[in-house]
Design a binder for this molecule. Structure first.
Ligand code: BG6
Length: 485
């Protein structure tokens, strides 16, 4: 049986979509696997008035797909209590503390607490200062605060938020979730790179022509129009997931997998990103777009989505050329793109190697693809002699994709990250330094875009994005490996 950790979770935003879709199923998986057993409890809080019974029903509903038995699910849900809560009302924290202390006693939790903030960041400061002032943070056990994104909307607001939180909790108590860092294949980047001298010794400017990161989604903004219209793809995806993946791809070998070593190397990359050129002509390093309706008009345009301004200039697609301004990577462009309502739901990284310099062959560049989602695995395309006379070449694909069965049984990002929180392992969480530097980088792009006239390029829904994203690579004689065909 796995090592069991004792802890009380207090989830702010317990009636929300994320809690239902991700958190309860993740906690249940940890329970199934024995990481949580008899000694854990969860208090769900939110504004709504729910009874414990109703909350437990909601929790059972959220895990319905993966339960061992009705009995097991029921037993699991008895660990959940609900407390309606107004985050601004001090009296509510007093009641919450009472309930927390009772559960601590009942389940023998030794004062270990995980405060999970899954709600609007505008409340993070209020909540953390009350947790401290009303002594919900204990003296005897561990106190860890898990923070969902968005962590601010620019550098200034994120710094303010961070200062507010830091006045009650120290950096080593904070776990800023970037769920991409919990994904198996994102973590695997470090294993692939640093456990195979074959790859490690090729991972340099002599051998790599460019990196390509594609995080593409086929869905639109769904019911998140209100948030998204203020955010856009740059803040929603580039500031966090995209830059974290770029860090993993290009960071130096860490001395160990401790949070300090991994984060130091990743930070060094984010700190050395060159200021991007942002213009309205082909000299620009970043382009954007917004989806219009699909060519068959079955999918509506972004501007017609619920809670979106009908004249919105918000970008639902971003592509960019990132330059890492170090001797190693300066000449190796890192191309990134992400968007909503694209042709497919898929996250992948393509590493394009250089062609040979001799005249021996008419060779094509080899490519290594790391499939993150929904496929997981690796594919290497190299040159191979065509059968027959002469020395003509053809591409040969060496691929290993994880089976459906393996994927079904492998832990989801949230399960892995919550287990890390229980174990006090911060390696796969974003450190403040990384968050700050990432904001500074994207702020430069945002500010220039905001200064442009009322114009944004459109791309048809369910396509690969605007043509500008191709021009970005073509100017360097490159092209996207993934073209959705
Ligand atoms: C979230 C963004 O952080 O990541 C969403 O806010 C986006 O807009 C999601 O849909 C994508 O995550 P994944 O794991 O589905 O690629």
């Amino acid at each position: 049986m796995s090592h069991e950790t004792k802890a009380l979770f207090i989830i702010f935003g317990a009636t929300g979509d994320l809690a239902h879709r991700k958190l309860y199923p993740a906690i249940y998986e940890l329970y199934k696997k024995g990481y949580l057993s008899k000694s854990f409890a969860v208090i769900g809080t939110a504004r709504r008035e729910w009874s414990d019974d109703y909350f437990q029903e909601v929790v059972r509903d959220s895990i319905a797909d993966g339960i061992e038995s009705e009995e097991h699910a029921k037993e699991f849900s008895t660990h959940f209590r609900y407390q309606s809560h107004n985050v601004k009302d001090t009296a509510h924290y007093v009641t919450l503390k009472k309930l927390a202390d009772e559960l601590d006693e009942e389940y023998g939790l030794e004062g270990n607490r995980i405060f999970y903030l899954s709600m609007s960041p505008s409340f993070f400061g209020t909540i953390t200062s009350h947790l401290k002032a009303q002594s919900l943070a204990t003296d005897e056990g561990f106190n860890r605060v898990v923070i969902e994104k968005p962590f601010g909307t620019d550098f200034e607001s994120s710094k303010e938020l961070n200062d507010e939180i830091n006045s009650s909790f120290a950096e080593d108590q904070l776990y800023r979730i970037d769920h991409y860092l919990g994904k198996e294949m994102v973590q695997n980047i470090l294993a692939l790179r640093f456990s195979n001298p074959l790859l490690e010794n090729s991972w340099n400017k002599e051998t790599i022509a460019n990196f390509q990161v594609t995080l593409s989604e086929d869905l639109g903004v769904e019911e998140r129009g209100e948030y998204y219209d203020k955010s856009g793809a740059l803040r929603d995806m580039v500031q966090n997931h995209v830059l974290q993946v770029v860090g993993m791809l290009t960071m130096n070998r860490p001395d160990s997998f401790t949070p300090e070593d991994v984060r130091r190397e990743k930070l060094a990359i984010i700190e050395s990103l060159k200021t991007p050129v942002v213009t309205q002509d082909e000299t620009t390093d970043f382009v954007r777009g917004q989806y219009s309706d699909s060519s068959d008009q079955k999918v509506k345009a972004y501007r017609n989505e619920d809670k979106v301004d009908p004249e919105s200039l918000t970008e639902t697609f971003v592509a960019g050329q990132i330059t890492i301004d170090t001797d190693e990577w300066r000449d190796v462009p890192v191309y990134v793109r992400t968007g909503k309502r694209m042709a497919e739901k898929l996250s992948r990284i393509d590493i394009v190697f250089k062609e040979t310099t001799s005249d021996l062959f008419n060779d094509s560049p080899s490519t290594l693809t790391i499939f993150i989602n929904p496929d997981q695995g690796v594919e290497l395309v190299i040159n191979n002699k065509k059968i027959g006379p002469g020395m003509d070449l053809e591409p040969m694909t060496l691929a290993s994709l994880r089976s459906k069965e393996t994927l079904k049984n492998s832990p989801e990002a949230y399960e892995k990250l919550i287990l890390d929180v229980l174990n006090g392992d911060e390696t796969h969480f974003a450190h403040w330094g990384e968050v700050a530097e990432s904001w500074k980088y994207v702020d430069q792009i945002r500010q220039t875009w905001d200064s442009f006239e009322d114009h944004i390029p459109f791309y048809p829904a369910l396509s690969v994005g605007p043509a500008e994203a191709n021009q970005l690579l073509e100017r360097n004689g490159h092209h996207w490996v993934y073209t959705a065909e």
